[in-house]
Ligand binder design. Structure first.
Ligand code: EPZ
Length: 419
């Protein structure tokens, strides 16, 4: 298994190109199931998760081609020949559940393995299933699989989510584009990735209003057609490198990064002492004097993103003063804390909150990551630690960050991958 070795203490200076967003690419790829015509997606990051989604689409019968040399353009097309999403693929990547809505809308039946829990929490999919039932589907859970049928097609419905779920919003949105009549999704999630999906569906012929709000109205159409859509820049990768600049006391230009997609992160980082400004080609991040401890609580977009919580905790670990970080989205997302404490951080967890007491420096150590964002937080810690840090077993990292070690090394970090 690959490892990453970092020798800390160098301020980062330079430019990093932000990749297309993993969490936008996965639903956009699933949207390829909504038409037999070609859906061309550009700026798809080359990651383990996008490769898993390509594999899943292929076994549904979709041809996945990569016409450009860089591998970042995917051309999807062809009829669905198999409506089953098997356990061995779904267990690798939970976002596989996103094929359920499109398969059911297109073929009126689907058999999709239930994803089960994961490292960061139980992560049920009840809202996906209840929404499809409200749209007239019959759902039977059997042998670890969701067996869904809608012999007369899905029917438009008004669905009020008890909480804004990103995945359930995406699944039901895609299903509703081909349903009979009008569907309203209220208290829907409104992450930039959902806007990206809506824009792409509209380019494919879907009728959607309320895009960017928490109330989406979808008027079903008989069929969708091919289109070309670009994946938005990854806001979590952007935020992660912004933290890297802050932690190391450097200045980074993040090409393609979008200030308007960072939500509450911008004002929180400004209070900490990390300034983010928009430029013509992206954003510039710069540390101003010292770092100050500032509390943060995760919440749905545009609140502070749960996918930035671990990285922010490293920033707080080396800031002056104490801060409280509260995780409200997932119940087990502090698995990075014991590893950060092994590197000299002073963090205590009490239920859903972590108290972080800043310390002037961390110390390098061999560490192990348990999930994607935790892995990259350990890399950030390594950048500011004295001595050598070895981040073991980086397969989680490869699910969501494109060439992280090359991007950081190009800005002066002493970092290398050991295979
Ligand atoms: C998406 O997961 C992201 N994944 C996650 O990114 C991200 O952390 C999360 O949204 C929150 O922003 C992708 O986009 C592929 P949710 P998703 O449904 O859709 C509860 C990463 O590191 N819930 O918005 O699974 C759920 O348990 C990953 O890239 C239900 O109770 O998240 C959670 O507490 C990790 N029932 C809350 O809602 C449901 O049916 C929000 O989850 C669905 C969700």
């Amino acid at each position: 298994m690959d490892k990453i070795r970092i020798r800390g203490g160098r301020p980062l200076q330079g430019e990093i190109e932000i990749s297309g967003a993993k969490n936008a690419s996965l639903p956009l790829m699933a949207a390829g199931l909504l038409t037999d015509e070609r859906l061309v997606l550009t700026r798809v990051p080359v990651l383990a998760d996008t490769q898993t989604m390509a594999l899943l689409l292929e076994q549904h019968g979709i041809a996945v081609e990569r016409p450009a040399n860089d591998g970042h353009t995917l051309s999807l097309g062809g009829p669905i020949t198999n409506t089953e999403a098997p356990y061995d693929i779904v267990s690798r990547m939970r976002a596989s559940i996103l094929v359920l809505g499109p398969l059911l809308a297109r073929t009126r039946e689907a058999r999709v393995s239930l994803p089960g829990g994961c490292e960061i929490g139980a992560r049920p999919v009840d809202l996906h299933l209840k929404g499809l039932e409200q749209m007239g589907a019959t759902i039977l859970l059997e042998g670890g699989y969701v067996n869904a049928k809608a012999p007369n097609g899905l029917q438009g419905a008004t669905i009020v989510f008890p909480l804004p779920s990103v995945g359930a919003t995406e699944n039901l949105l895609m299903a509703a584009t081909l349903a009979n009549g009008r569907t309203v999704l209220a208290n829907a999630a409104r992450e930039p990735e959902i806007i990206n999906l809506c824009d792409c569906l509209v380019a494919m012929g879907a009728q959607i209003t309320g895009i960017g709000t928490d109330r989406l109205t979808i008027d079903g159409v008989a069929s969708l057609h091919g289109a070309t859509c670009a994946v938005i820049a990854d806001r979590i990768e952007t935020g992660t490198y912004a933290c890297a600049a802050g932690i190391t006391g450097g200045t980074l230009h993040l090409r393609g990064g979008r200030l308007d997609h960072l939500g509450a992160l911008v004002s929180t980082l400004a209070e900490v002492g990390v300034e983010i400004t928009a430029t013509d080609t992206g954003i510039t991040v710069q540390r101003r004097n010292g770092l100050h401890g500032v509390d943060a609580m995760t919440s749905p977009y545009p609140g502070f993103p749960t996918d930035m919580q671990a990285q922010y905790m490293v920033l707080m670990s080396v800031a002056e003063g104490a801060s409280m970080i509260t995780e409200t989205i997932f119940e087990n997302r502090f698995m990075h804390v014991p590893e950060l404490n092994r590197m000299g951080a002073r963090i205590n967890v009490h239920g859903a909150s972590a108290i972080v007491r800043g310390t002037p420096w961390l110390s390098g150590a061999p560490v192990m990551a348990t999930d994607l964002r935790a892995s990259v937080s350990l890399i950030l810690a390594g950048l500011v630690a004295r001595g050598e840090t070895i981040v073991n077993d980086v397969h989680h990292l490869d699910r969501g960050f494109e060439t992280v070690e090359r991007k950081l090394a190009a800005c002066g970090a002493d970092i290398e991958r050991m295979t």
